[in-house]
Design a protein around this ligand. Structure first.
Ligand SMILES: NC(=O)C1=CN([C@@H]2O[C@H](COP(=O)(O)OP(=O)(O)OC[C@H]3O[C@@H](n4cnc5c(N)ncnc54)[C@H](OP(=O)(O)O)[C@@H]3O)[C@@H](O)[C@H]2O)C=CC1
Ligand SMILES: O=C(O)C1=N[C@H](C(=O)O)C[C@H](O)C1
Length: 269
């Protein structure tokens, strides 16, 4: 069996650690490198030290060392980190699975441009459950286009730095597209003070941050006499890591191009 040679960026982070454990347990993948940024206290440590299962792969800050043996980079870091790695991967034909959230429009454009040089899978949520939920939302939105107010509520752990979550924003885009609206024009991010009555053409977002919540998303369609809630709740980061490995398998025979988890799951169209 050909082994997928995968490096992990943000190796000491919450997702990095989970990815390293998941790769170690996968029969068709091998950890081929580990990255963290300069100054990170774990540079020079074995990437498996957190789980007590040594990998023989040392966490590096230099991209040429950390990526020397890798065909794939799985990146769950921060936008500035991912964009730095992106340039190197595009130049060296290393395929990327990008889970980082919080990109601005210029960051997203850089990812699109890099996908002309290498294969990239970019998704704000790698879990199978969330991506199937996206499809349910598309179907629901088409049927609740009149008379239902749409609100997206998300909750995450106290360490999360971006809001609303990338998943909530993607849910908003899927719903807006299904309704023929532009999310940039109809999104309302939080409310305070005398807001006036709700504009029915808007899609509202509410953010909760606290404790160790892994990631909860609910879309509320509130009508007269009834309301419908479509929810997904993550109880472990393992679903994101397993989805990322599935994404690497999907990219294995793709030389270039930009994909998302809907492509992996055959849910497009
Ligand atoms: N798509 C998906 O399915 C999921 C996406 N995410 C997203 O993944 C990202 C990471 O989440 P999480 O693991 O919880 O975060 P953590 O803060 O736990 O980990 C981030 C890692 O990236 C490193 N890092 C931070 N800034 C840079 C940089 N500029 N260059 C290189 N490395 C950097 C950190 O190093 P240091 O400690 O030195 O700062 C750390 O090792 C977030 O954007 C989150 O929203 C999370 C879960 C699922
Ligand atoms: O930061 C997190 O933890 C998560 N981030 C992603 C997002 O912003 O949607 C995915 C997941 O919800 C966990």
């Amino acid at each position: 069996m050909t082994q997928l040679k995968i490096a992990v960026a943000g190796a000491s982070g919450r997702m990095g650690r989970m990815l390293i454990e998941t790769i170690a347990a996968a029969p068709d993948a091998v950890l081929a490198g580990a990255l963290d940024r300069e100054g990170n206290p774990f540079i020079g440590s074995d990437a498996g030290a957190f789980s007590g299962q040594l990998t023989g792969v040392v966490i590096q800050s230099a991209l040429d060392k950390g990526l020397a043996d890798a065909d794939f980079l799985i990146d769950f870091t921060r936008p500035e980190g991912t964009l730095h790695h992106l340039e190197y991967c595009a130049a060296h034909g290393i395929k990327m699975i990008i889970g980082t959230t919080g990109f601005d429009d210029a960051g997203k454009a850089a990812i699109r441009a890099a996908a002309e040089k290498t294969a990239i899978l970019f998704a704000p949520n790698m879990s199978i459950g969330v991506n199937v939920t996206m499809k349910l939302l598309e179907m629901a939105a088409k049927n609740f286009s009149e008379g239902y107010d749409i609100e997206i509520i998300e909750a995450h752990h106290r360490h999360k730095v971006d809001a609303p979550s990338g998943t909530a924003l993607k849910m908003g885009e899927v719903i807006a597209d299904a309704l023929g609206r532009d999310l940039k024009e109809c999104a309302v991010y939080g409310r305070e003070g005398v807001t006036g009555e709700r504009d029915p053409s808007t899609i509202g977002f509410a953010t909760v941050r606290g404790g160790d919540i892994v990631g909860d998303h609910t879309v509320l369609f509130a009508g007269i006499g009834e309301r419908i809630e479509i929810s997904h709740k993550s109880s472990s980061r393992v679903s994101y890591a397993q989805g990322s490995l599935r994404a690497a398998r999907f990219l294995a025979d793709k030389p270039t191009g930009l994909y998302d988890m809907q492509d992996v799951l055959g849910l497009k169209g």
